[in-house]
Design a binder for this molecule. Structure first.
Ligand SMILES: [Zn+2]
Ligand SMILES: [Zn+2]
Length: 261
């Protein structure tokens, strides 16, 4: 029989395994090898029609923001409330695979390709529209960016990670501009960020749900702060491991660090 695929939340994978489900590494989906297992899985899980990479997001505007390289800072109420965090790992794997495939395996901004030796990969980045009137942050597009362009887009995070020089050089090369122009651009991006920070934003991920992907969790406002804290700690720990001193940072320190996110 044909493989029947099921949507198995990450936390339930042991249940699926015990029922006899097998994991398909290619599509990153669980499937039933026979009818008996399929019947067991149907009791707990939804059958997945198509485990192939997701390339179509109904309602997505693939022109949104153009294909230029710009600094795009996420308001603090939305830190780490990214798509990857909100959907199942299986779905994220299918989605990011689809985003890379439809871009022809190259960066949609600088046309760069994977160069593992230089640490350059292709990554999926969310582009948002901020609807001032309704106070909604609407996911408009998922763009395929190389690591260099992606880091530049998240300029504040790059600063925290000590990558400012690299991303500045990349921005000037891609946009063929000088330092003064870059500084004006960054200042403007931070002004916009400050304005957006003065309020909380609701999330609209309908292009994701339109594609039949289920949102597995919403991150409460207070949790976002803790997640951001944990992520920063992890970064610091990597840096500190080189000098063998791991410095604890407080949540208040973290707020200062993330002022420029
Ligand atoms: Zn690029
Ligand atoms: Zn991103």
């Amino acid at each position: 029989m044909d493989r029947l695929y099921f949507q198995v939340p990450f936390n339930d994978k042991d249940i699926a395994k015990r029922s006899g489900a097998r994991f398909d590494g290619d599509t990153k989906c669980w499937y039933a090898p026979d009818e008996q297992v399929a019947n067991l899985l149907r009791k707990s899980f939804k059958e997945v029609e198509n485990p192939a990479p997701i390339t179509e997001l109904p309602g997505e505007d693939r022109e949104f923001g153009g294909n230029g390289l710009f600094v795009d800072l996420v308001p603090s109420s939305c830190w780490f409330t990214n798509v990857r965090y909100c959907i199942e790992d299986d779905d994220w794997a299918r989605l990011s695979k689809g985003v890379r495939a439809r871009a022809g395996q190259e960066c949609e901004v600088c046309k760069g390709t994977v160069d593992a030796e230089s640490g350059i990969f292709l990554e999926a980045h969310e582009r948002w529209h901020f609807d001032e009137e309704s106070g909604t942050q609407v996911l408009k597009r998922i763009i395929c960016l190389c690591t260099a362009c992606h880091r530049t887009t998240h300029y504040g995070l790059a600063q925290i990670n000590g990558e400012a020089d690299q991303v500045r050089a990349h921005f000037m090369a891609v946009n063929d501009c000088d330092e003064a122009e870059l500084d004006r651009h960054v200042a403007h991006a931070f002004d916009t960020w400050q304005e957006r920070n003065s309020r909380d934003w609701a999330l609209d991920l309908s292009i994701i749900t339109n594609a039949g992907i289920t949102l597995r969790r919403r991150v409460a406002k207070d949790d976002r702060r803790n997640i951001a804290h944990a992520e920063t700690q992890a970064t610091r720990a990597v840096e500190a491991s080189e000098t063998l001193t791991i410095k604890e940072i407080s949540l208040d320190d973290m707020d200062d660090l993330f002022r420029g996110f």
